[in-house]
Ligand binder design. Structure first.
Ligand code: ADP
Ligand code: MG
Length: 375
């Protein structure tokens, strides 16, 4: 993979960088700068080399949010940052022409133009017209066929940024694990996790299926699931995985009724008015023990409905993995939010910025946004 370091000349060259600046904003203030910090290495490299950096990203899903407060937050982290209220057209061209070597122009939210999500060629051409070179550094959108991800590279020499390079290196390592390897897949929506489960059952020694996903497996086993969240997955695929000796399922659950009284019970003992919202202490202990013995741990998906405070199993196992000394890779928006909340981010070997992108990369070994860069 060609990276920013392979770009032959950068001094005074306009470089379009696709980054992930989609941080949480409330009342015009950036609430969390984690993604911006992960974008800095590429920006700092380009600035040192004297490039004129044109920074493009989306924020939010609706196409109405603005990147203005993000540009302001970025200006507090790196010097020479300007903001442009549009992403294409004469105004954007003039603003990028005015950049001095080492300066950064943050374009407005790409999704304000429907051509971004619609992968419109003309929109991609207009973005590409702002620069001489393209750098892809938005790993977490590389699974999307959006204009800035898959079409801009058709118009410009294109390279991976340092974050994308790191993601690919670390996740590739995770696909060829060393020593006893444990994968933990939790969260919800079986359909989004099924392909990665198939791959992990090949490459890993133990694959734990937890969170709401476990309910689908228990249902396929014929257990009652009460009011637990199930995703209505196709039973055939699960039946096959259930035969795999590498598969590990929870052994107890936090069973909660509508009046919020709760008890710990075996998965098969759930009553009709109960929902399994977390794993119990026996499951947490079993996973902590497995983590301790493992040389590689890969994790995506929380083990309980953590937004409602069902974080006990997740937190206990996160701590066990942090202390295990294993090479640990973790990703997923919800998973990393909980990891950050309990302050263990820097205790993991690699924290992926990808949710869906991480899962797709692990399942397929590449992503549309990486393929678009050529080789
Ligand atoms: P990530 O964003 O880390 O990839 P997912 O989006 O796949 O993770 O899953 C996170 C969601 O799964 C959260 O909303 C969480 O509440 C839910 N979840 C996990 N376990 C349970 C459970 N037992 N019951 C209901 N929801 C659950
Ligand atoms: Mg999620």
């Amino acid at each position: 993979m060609k990276t920013v370091r392979d770009i032959p000349i950068l001094h005074n060259i306009p470089v379009l960088v696709r980054a992930a600046l989609n941080v949480p904003v409330e009342g015009g203030k950036v609430m969390n700068t984690y993604r911006l910090r992960r974008a800095l290495p590429t920006l700092e490299y380009l600035r040192r080399e004297g490039a004129r950096v044109i920074l493009a990203s989306h924020i939010g899903e609706q196409g109405i949010e603005t990147l203005a407060p993000v540009a302001e937050a970025l200006a507090g982290m790196i010097s020479g940052v300007h903001f442009c209220e549009v992403s294409t057209g004469e105004k954007a061209r003039a603003a990028s022409r005015d950049l001095l070597p080492g300066e950064i122009l943050v374009l407005e939210n790409l999704r304000r133009n429907p051509g971004e999500v619609g992968n419109d060629r003309e929109f991609a051409r207009a973005l590409a017209a702002l620069a001489d070179v393209f750098v892809e550094d938005s790993f977490d959108t590389c699974h999307r066929r959006h204009a800035s991800i898959v079409s801009v590279p058709e118009f410009l020499p294109s390279y991976a940024g340092l974050l994308v390079e790191e993601e690919v290196r670390e996740l590739s390592k995770a696909l060829a694990p060393k020593g006893l390897a444990l994968a933990l897949i939790g969260g919800a929506k079986f359909s989004t996790k099924e392909p990665v489960l198939e791959v992990l059952l090949e490459h890993y020694d133990k694959v734990f299926v937890g969170g709401a996903l476990a309910n689908d497996f228990f249902k396929a086993k014929g257990y009652p699931v009460g009011r637990s969240l199930v995703s209505g997955a196709a039973g055939g695929e699960i039946a096959k995985m259930l035969e795999n000796p590498k598969l590990v399922l929870p052994v107890d659950a936090q069973l909660v009724t509508t009046d919020l009284s709760s008890r710990v019970g075996a998965p098969q003992d759930i009553r009709a008015d109960e929902a399994a919202l977390d794993h119990g202490p026996a499951t947490a202990a079993l996973l902590a023990d497995l983590a301790k013995k493992s040389k590689t741990v890969l994790w995506n998906g929380p083990l309980g409905e953590y937004e409602k405070g069902f974080t006990e199993a997740t937190d206990a196992v996160l701590r066990a993995v942090a202390e295990s000394g294993a090479y640990s890779v973790i990703g997923g928006g919800d998973t990393v939010a909980e990891l950050e909340r309990i302050g263990l981010m820097d205790r993991f070997s690699f924290v992926s910025t990808g949710g869906g992108a991480m899962l797709d990369f692990l399942a397929r070994g590449t992503l549309p946004g990486l393929d678009a860069l050529g080789s």
